[in-house]
Design a protein around this ligand. Structure first.
Ligand code: UD1
Ligand code: MG
Length: 474
């Protein structure tokens, strides 16, 4: 008798119910509490509307807080469901040891990390805390999750691409205690990577921001991608989906372990967290979509980012999760010169609004003076890669103060025109898209970022399951 996945995993039915509750709850709660948030001063001007910074419309800010609270409340109420089959028989059946403490601990430590992240986000919304202060907090929040990871015998090894392991073998490094065939045990280094993962997932969503809907849309697409990936691991679907993708051939005998036991449990747990998150994101997007009637605030970015980090660590698929963050990785790398002070970083890097047309253009960082050489070199490289658009000034242009400058003397002597960088578009993926596809309207730009995120998720699945052996092992 074939069972459908919902019959086989009864908690999934409840979980889908909780996801619907999350959706309806988020739709309902946001307008209900919006005014109270405004009254408490939790509001921000919608900068990309007429009037902008000066007289743009006020929008309640930090509404990630009721969403996170609703999500946490639902996840707490959901705790008994994955264990409900145990309640049917007279407990304790086989003694208290028969209770799956491991799963319960995984679940509770994830909730603890989520609570900490929500608190951090809320504090950031209230006090705009500095980078150097907010960076270590997700690290602290990740400690309980990591200890639980360790206690359940968490893997610290990665599978090397075949070429690399062959190369290590020729160097004579292939037979150490930390390397076995093409599997390398990274030990403590792997834990450092896991500690940094929630720091990255939380902050990277927060800096891909600034236009209506974009924080929520990216979180929604990542949550859908994680949930889809989890579904691939449920035994009943796994086989047919993998056959469809043409990747069900056992890889070195390991594919057979794919859909059994622990792996399924881990992905089920991840699904339990993702389905209500999808509901929350959809419900909130309803209010945050252009023209926004509510802003998510940092609370939303931190709690969703932590949810992804926690499920990926607990589910042992942190490398797969990283693949779903390709646009955020791109945005982070592009932002590095501004984040680390090489190029000036204004408080807001969101696009600039053209009052005449109502369209968005890339925003610019203006250099009053000639920028230092290393800044200029970095910007020239980024411009060569078509990642920014520069505006240059001509030093040959007659100017009283510049007339006697050595550069002008040089350029006159060589007959070449020497220019310096006057301004550059801000280093974000949103401005990069505007450089190539702008000027455009705010909602279209948000949809474009969403389309990029979806395409990157498709690419991620291609890499994960197409070039499977590279990343096999989670
Ligand atoms: C991050 C970005 C910043 C960006 C800001 C926008 C970095 C290092 N920081 O800062 O460049 O400008 O997010 O969220 O990349 N706002 C809008 N429309 C929106 C969303 C926000 O106008 O759709 C404005 C509102 O005035 C709102 C404010 O941005 O009050 C919220 O900014 P906040 O989330 O506090 O900024 P950061 O996360 O510090
Ligand atoms: Mg923010």
């Amino acid at each position: 008798l074939t069972q459908t996945p919902l019959q086989k995993f009864p908690a999934l039915q409840a979980n889908i119910g909780f996801a619907l509750l999350a959706f309806v709850g988020a739709c309902w709660v946001v307008p209900k509490v919006g005014e109270s948030f405004v009254n408490k001063g939790l509001k921000g001007r919608d900068l990309l509307k007429r009037g902008g910074r000066v007289s743009g419309p006020w929008v309640p800010e930090c509404l990630g807080l009721p969403c996170a609270s609703l999500y946490l409340a639902l996840m707490m109420l959901f705790i008994p469901f994955p264990f409900s089959h145990l309640f049917k028989s007279q407990y304790p059946l086989g003694g208290p040891d028969s209770f799956p403490q491991r799963e319960l601990t995984l679940y509770l430590s994830s909730l603890l990390s989520l609570l900490t992240a929500t608190l951090l986000g809320f504090i950031d919304d209230l006090f705009d805390i500095r980078w150097r202060h907010k960076l270590p907090i997700p690290i602290v929040a990740a400690v309980p999750t990591l200890l639980v990871y360790y206690s359940v015998g968490g893997v610290t090894s990665v599978v090397l691409p075949k070429g690399v392991s062959g190369w290590l073998n020729t160097l004579g490094l292939g037979n150490g205690s930390w390397i076995d065939g093409n599997v390398v045990d990274l030990g403590p280094i792997y834990y450092i990577y896991l500690v940094l993962l929630p720091t990255f997932t939380t902050n990277s969503i927060n800096i891909l921001a600034g236009i209506n809907g974009v924080e929520v849309l990216q979180a929604l697409i990542i949550a859908l991608s994680v949930a889809f990936n989890d579904l691939l691991f449920l035994p009943i679907w796994a086989e047919s989906i993998l056959t469809m993708l043409g990747v069900n051939k056992p890889q070195e005998g390991r594919m057979l372990e794919w859909a059994i036991g622990e792996v399924v449990d881990r992905h089920l747990m991840s699904l339990y967290f993702m389905a209500p998150l999808i509901g929350i994101c959809l419900g909130f997007l309803w209010h945050n979509w252009y023209p926004a009637r509510a802003f998510p605030g940092d609370t939303f970015c931190y709690f969703t980012g932590m949810a992804f980090g926690a499920v990926a660590i607990q589910g042992h698929f942190s490398k797969t999760l990283i693949l779903f963050f390709i646009p955020q990785i791109f945005n982070f790398i592009l932002s590095c010169p501004q984040l680390f002070g090489l190029v000036e970083c204004p408080r807001h890097r969101l696009p600039s609004f053209d009052e005449a047309t109502g369209l968005l253009n890339p925003s610019r960082v203006i250099f009053e003076k000639r920028p230092p050489k290393r800044t200029a070199i970095v910007l020239e490289i980024l411009s060569f890669l078509r990642l920014v658009r520069l505006e240059r000034s001509d030093l040959d242009a007659p100017s009283v103060s510049a007339a006697s400058s050595p550069e002008v003397e040089d350029s006159k002597a060589s007959g070449a025109k020497k220019q310096h960088i006057k301004s550059s578009t801000n280093l974000t993926i949103i401005n990069f898209l505007l450089v190539h596809f702008g000027p455009t309207r705010e909602d279209k730009l948000c949809a474009l970022v969403g389309a990029v995120q979806v395409l990157c998720s498709v690419l991620a699945f291609g890499i994960r399951y197409g070039v499977g052996s590279w990343f096999y092992g989670g």
